[in-house]
Design a protein around this ligand. Structure first.
Ligand code: PRX
Length: 651
């Protein structure tokens, strides 16, 4: 039983760990009993222009206006760069490994600081002011990090968009955040192919211009990544490198209030379009910095490889803000795990002497399939800690990661958190907490998880329920950009007074948490959060589609895959050959390839309750072939719909 399996902290690891068991106990008690002094002590890890006297303010009741360190002032780029210059300016802040093996850049803190200052001056020269939004749509290149820190330097709010988003996805996000300026690239490289980012950008901007009210976006900076010849629109598009080279290398940082916005990051929910989660400067930075140090047992100078794309929150907190505030060397890889061969990641760990490696279960499962051949000729001896994030990790993958990749030497930290939480919430501190494969283990000091049953009653001891968090913490999102009511509604209305994560979890007799997955209509495909409503809206833009319902079904590698039931306007199931594939492609074009369903099933009707609600529970069972476990179908308006779908699946 996975439950019984336990990996104790090795005394040799604990002896030199940042946080050992006794320190963990002290921190946890202090955080619970004296929260304000505890958090103000933690705040000392950052450099402030004015150190705050106030810690947390506000609660999860009512209008949920929370603030942290609100009388303090600081700048995030100073904390990532300037603070290291005097003693460690020559240390490597960032190693960039291109998809091409020989393409490598080592960027020192001094060089990164200079490039950030130059771009900050370019942005100012182009009219970007404090509080303005600047969006990026870039592949995994150094400029992606530079752009984030340059925004932070001048007090602009960065909005990083994943390079896998479609033109409509980009247009929608640009429209919502009202960005003035966009930084993109000619093309991105991915698994030996090229992604035409500038062409997609041009399409997105056409869509944006066509939208009512126009858009404040007036400038596009284009980074030359592959050197492709791309059309540049005079007056709007500029060559990034030329402007940066000509700019002044000194830029005084803006003095930001702790509660000034640092970033907006779009993420999917159960309903509506993706929402812009807003994080502010002081609390977010503290949380990214503290969690990176204690969860990964990080030391200044460590080479830290978080494989997440900069476009997701994991890339923000653990490629950029966590490692850089802590003086680490962050590793940025342009390529994909298995290209040109399945052992690429492991070879890169040896080549760049990576100390800590942080990835998602999907990638671990995919690489496990290629083993042991892919691991041969690599030692991975530099590794000290391994991390997992984004989805539940099954015990088999955990054990392979721990034993085959980490050689049994490295603790595995399974970290539970979300875009909204800013950083890690539940995870084993590797020098303090014994690990159980498949469990994210215990909350970090100051974090109070609560499991709530169907009736909204908090459960105690061993129990299962909806995972909520009591008490504010510094890294939490403050609002949804432009829609605070949606923020309150989404996270704080289901269980008043608590933050509701949307996940289910179980707590065992040792108080360990086992995340069971989403309990709402969010589907987690390869660690990417996809809202069923978003995919259904994308189907709705196809001229043959009347209606659709999208559900998540188990997938061996991806964790979950998307299955879509689609009703055509003609009502017929016997549509043209190949229509299913065309519909899946259509969704890929509308949202990005990562959101294209694996399975499209044409249906003449969807199972609905008498009040018109689609019964997704039944659709999930039908899609997975569990036809004999459909449960109670008597509440359906027309139970015969189910039988028709079952017959359809059997064909
Ligand atoms: O369902 C949980 C899952 O990922 C969701 C958050 O997704 P996102 O905001 O995109 O952030 C991903 C990276 C933090 C959660 O609601 N999730 C994240 N980490 C874990 C997890 N599920 C199980 N175990 C985890 N360690």
């Amino acid at each position: 039983m996975a439950d019984e399996m336990i990996f104790h902290v090795k005394p040799s690891f604990a002896a030199s760990a940042r946080v050992n068991a006794s320190r963990f106990g002290v921190m946890t008690n202090h955080a619970m009993q004296n929260p304000d002094p505890y958090w103000l002590e933690q705040a000392r890890r950052l450099d402030w222009f004015r150190f705050p006297e106030l810690a947390g303010n506000g609660s999860f009741d009512g209008d949920v206006r929370t603030s942290w360190f609100s009388d303090g002032t600081l700048n995030a780029s100073v904390n990532c760069l300037d603070r290291h210059l005097a003693e460690n300016g020559g240390r490597t802040a960032l190693i960039w490994q291109g998809e091409v093996e020989d393409a490598v850049r080592h960027v020192t803190f001094r060089a990164l600081h200079e490039e950030v200052c130059r771009l900050a001056n370019v942005l100012k020269g182009l009219g970007v002011e404090r509080g303005d939004r600047v969006a990026t749509y870039l592949p995994m290149v150094v400029e992606g990090v530079v752009a984030m820190l340059a925004c932070a330097r001048i007090g602009a709010v960065h909005v990083v968009m994943f390079a896998g988003f479609s033109a409509s996805g980009v247009a929608g996000r640009l429209r919502d955040c009202g960005a003035k300026l966009l930084i993109t690239a000619d093309e991105g490289r991915r698994g030996g192919k090229r992604i035409p980012l500038k062409t997609i950008t041009d399409q997105a901007l056409l869509e944006l211009d066509g939208a009512s009210g126009g858009s404040p976006l007036h400038t596009v900076l284009v980074v030359s990544v592959t050197g492709a010849d791309v059309p540049m629109q005079a007056g709007r598009d500029h060559d990034y490198a030329a402007l940066v080279a000509a700019a002044n290398p000194n830029c005084e940082p803006e003095i930001m209030q702790a509660e000034d916005p640092l970033m907006i990051l779009y993420t999917s929910g159960s309903t509506g379009a993706p929402k812009g989660v807003l994080h502010t400067t002081g609390g977010y930075l503290l949380w990214a910095s503290l969690t990176q140090e204690i969860v990964f047992d990080h030391r200044a100078g460590d080479v830290f490889w978080c494989t997440a794309d900069l476009g997701w929150v994991t890339g923000h907190s653990y490629v950029v803000y966590g490692p850089l505030t802590n003086g680490g060397t962050t590793f940025l890889f342009e390529g994909t795990p298995s290209w040109p061969e399945p052992g690429r990641w492991w070879r890169l760990i040896d080549k760049h002497q990576v100390n800590c490696f942080y990835t998602a279960p999907t990638a671990i499962r995919a690489l496990m399939r290629e083993a042991p051949a892919s691991l041969s000729d690599t030692s991975r001896a530099s590794l000290r800690v391994l991390g997992s994030v984004g989805e539940p990790i099954n015990a088999e993958a955990w054990l392979w990661y721990s034993q085959a990749v980490g050689g049994g030497r490295c603790p595995v930290v399974d970290t539970w958190w979300q875009t909204e939480t800013g950083g890690i919430m539940i995870a084993p501190l590797p020098g303090a907490v014994a690990q159980k494969p498949g469990s994210a283990t215990l909350p970090l000091p100051g974090i109070c998880p609560v499991l709530v049953n169907d009736k909204g009653i908090p459960q105690h001891g061993e129990s299962e329920g909806h995972l909520c968090i009591d008490r504010p913490w510094p890294g939490q999102a403050r609002t949804i950009w432009g829609d605070h009511a949606r923020f309150v509604q989404t996270y704080f209305s289901t269980y008043p007074g608590l933050y509701f994560s949307g996940d289910g979890a179980r707590r065992d007799a040792d108080g360990y948490y086992w995340i069971t997955g989403r309990v709402d209509d969010v589907i987690n495909v390869s660690g990417h959060r996809i809202g069923s409503a978003e995919v259904e809206a994308a189907f709705g833009t196809h001229d043959k589609v009347a209606e659709s319902a999208v559900v998540g079904i188990p997938h061996d590698v991806k964790g979950q895959a998307l299955a879509a039931f689609v009703v055509l306007k003609t009502g017929g199931e016997d549509a043209d050959a190949g229509l299913e594939a065309e519909l899946a492609r259509h969704v890929g074009q509308e949202l990005g390839r990562y959101a294209a369903p694996d399975l499209v099933i044409l249906a003449s009707e969807l199972p609905k309750t008498r009040s018109g609600k689609i019964m997704r529970r039944i659709l999930r069972k039908i899609a997975t072939g569990e036809h004999d476990q459909l449960g109670d179908v008597s509440t359906l308006a027309d139970p015969s719909v189910v039988q028709a779908l079952v017959e359809r699946m059997k064909r």
